[in-house]
Design a protein around this ligand. Sequence first.
Ligand code: NDP
Length: 332
Amino acid sequence: MFKPLDINENKEKNMGEITDVERVKCLIIGSGPAGYTAAIYAARANLSPVMYEGLQPGGQLTTTTEVENYPGYPEGVTGPVMMEDLKKQAERFGTDVRWGMATKVDFSGEIHKVWIDGSKIIESEVVIIATGATAKYLGLEDEKKYAGGGVSACATCDGFFYRGKDVAVVGGGDTATEEAMYLAGLCRKVYLIVRRDELRASKVMAERTMKTPNIEILWKHQTVGLFGDGVVEGATLIKNKGEADEEEVKIKIDGFFLGIGHKPNSDIFAGYIDTDEIGYIKTIPGTSKTKIPGVFACGDVQDSIYRQAVTAAGSGCMAAIDAERYLSEKHS
Ligand code: NDP
């Protein structure tokens, strides 16, 4: 079964003996646009940041193809190239970028402790959490088979490539209806595949979706597979018509979008940092500050609303500035 990369999933692995304890000034956990931007600013402020990249160096953008909505790239750029550029920029100013995964934290003292791969402890005056979020997938083998070939979990990122085409969105919540509405403005037809006979989305979004002429809601349908020669050309669904009465339905589509939610990668901070009911880290509004002095959060792990590369980068900048001010006040 396909499982997207998740920073939380390996946290119990490799919990061997501690072989090394290292003291640093600024530790950044996670390496998407938020983490790298925090690193660029922290390095330029002489905080000598150490970054642990996590399981998926570069974060979610490394799984997308073309990025055309990040300012400064008039011709667009691929997600992996953009992340490589950000990494080089962070390293140019002295960020120590390392392979490794934070597996546990202790934020109870003035100096924060973070376990790396269960075998090393980093002690740091400030910690910037930039661990991102992971889009949920259905768990179908075909999602993996067609990754980069018609399967996407971000309509704002990839919708443009399906202009004038037919696509499907799975899910019935605010994410799915928002994706469907966005895609309806670009595509010829949008199927919204909903597993129940009602939407979970807010009333206003549900009404808007149902009123949009080129969105067709497929109630009580579940996706069981995708088909196509190298790229997605259609999806196979099961329509539940009542008790033990099911029918296989095939739809022709060029794009298959997941809208069944995201999981913020915040599990290892539970117990120290406040989160909302889904797991998004709570920060003091207008800042990157968590309730623990010296611990800051940026990017998708604390953003349930915008979740864009450019907003993540902006919040990474805020985290580094907040960290720098915290340290200068502490040492003044
Ligand atoms: P939700 O959990 O609200 O909705 C998930 C949807 O996906 C549900 O319709 C659910 O079906 C469906 N689903 C889940 N798993 C599967 C599956 N395996 N197969 C088929 N369908 C599945 O997640 P969202 O991401 O939509 O929203 C999360 C939170 O973020 C909400 O509080 C939402 O309001 C908020 N949000 C706010 C936005 C805004 O304010 N602009 C934008 C996006 C999200 P079922 O209903 O049957 O469980």
